[in-house]
Design a protein around this ligand. Sequence first.
Ligand SMILES: Nc1nc2c(ncn2[C@@H]2O[C@H](COP(=O)(O)OP(=O)(O)OP(=O)(O)O)[C@@H](O)[C@H]2O)c(=O)[nH]1
Length: 513
Amino acid sequence: MVLADLGKSLTKAISSLSTSLTIDEKVLDECLKEICKALLQADVNVKQVSGLRNGIKKRVNIEQLAAGLNKQKVIEKAVFDELCDMLDSGVDPKKVELKKGKDKTSVVMFVGLQGSGKTTTCTKYAYYHKKKGWKPCLVCADTFRAGAFDQLKQNSTKAQIPFYGSYTESDPAVIAQQGVQRFREEGRDLIIVDTSGRHKQEAALFEEMRQVAAAVQPDLVIFVMDGSIGQAAFDQAKAFKDSVEVGAVIITKMDGHAKGGGALSAVSATHSPIIFLGTGEHMDQFESFETKRFVQRLLGRGDVSGLMEKIQDVIPEDKQPEMIENITKGNMSMRVMKDMFESVLEMGPMSQMMSMIPGFNSDLLPQGNDKNSQLMIKRYITIIESMTEKELDSTNIKMLQEQSRILRLARGSGRAPQEVVALLEAYKHYTKYASQALKAANLPKNMKNMKGDIQMNPRQMQQTMANMSRALPPGLLQQMGGVAGLQNLMKGMEGGGMGGLGGLAGMGRGKRK
Ligand SMILES: Nc1nc2c(ncn2[C@@H]2O[C@H](COP(=O)(O)OP(=O)(O)OP(=O)(O)O)[C@@H](O)[C@H]2O)c(=O)[nH]1
């Protein structure tokens, strides 16, 4: 999970309240001390930390709290609200959201220092929008770094996104203008322009940025910065904002960097909205940022809306009702199972998805296991691909388990017979428990509502996840810490594992966007 350590420390500090017999000023101060320590360790600026502390104290006046009020819940809510305030730039991210329109082309220009992850992020941003139905394309206006052209070209080929660049033209403004013109003529609706970086903020970089901006007249300028620099992000973000009209910020390298929290709060303090976070080197390690959802996740409450958004991204809308209905009724064919596996692969790393589920702890997935589970799913898909049409559409497990069939499938897919057996076992688990899980969550109804509110309360979510966990293929279950790991998890979800934040339950049911 993003900022896992900070999240753990905050949750621990809040949970400590539940172990005190009475919550008085002293207990509150102790809890606040731990919260402040965690934030300072994440490199959040001292002034901001002390502001947050005072803010919580103001919101929670222990002496004046009416008797009978649940003090712990009042404190939890105050912590949540103050963290949201600290990470809120004051600018509504919706204002900078790209709007799709008939015959409309949006031009987005990326700026940032060298090595900040700008080029990687351009492709992630293009890929993200491609999955949402846009027709993105990439223009390389970075003539400063020799390898930039090839890097962006390679990335765009991998993501199957059109690319424009030049080995011979040395003026970035000219390349940018030519690329934008070409793609406008081709009817692309999102043109992303990657610009040069420099090792440090210098006049030449800012001048070049202004020239490219004048040439392409961007609808949005996105500043990309490296999250590992912590609170130093404030000066950097401000310098870019003062030199070119920065509309939004993307913070990269939020995976595994202790200082990420500092970077987030520092950028918000410059009043620039953060719209995405980079959480790894791969194309799908990219998450949209929304303050409340982020804080919910930070405090172990998951991000159900984000998870639903991901599911919606990968399962075509017209296929959703049919797929959900089939699974709910327990009529899942191997063909549907293959669609599901493919969707899981597209959704990105398992650990990222897990961290969006309330109460799930990213620690449950041992490091490096994302790759193993993806590999296993790919093998299952290979086996399914060697099935006949009749087998693909069958829901008759007995027929699929015939020995001669297992051997034929193993030969046809080049996999071991044991792997075919494992796939059939996984299929059995899925059909049984996925159906129960969807019924418990009333998903067929909720799928229809997804554009609006998500009507799943935390208890339903726990039930759903309990069933879903049982539906996991045995190998995958093992990688998640086995049955013991899951039992711990479920216990945690029922008790303080949701960060002891059960009282904030209603807040999870907000709007999607
Ligand atoms: N761990 C991690 N690495 C990242 C992330 N984003 C980018 N990187 C890596 O950071 C390094 C620099 O990324 P680039 O995209 O080449 O940086 P750049 O800002 O375009 O550099 P210039 O083109 O020289 O300006 C590469 O090794 C990327 O793989 C991220 O979110 N997490």
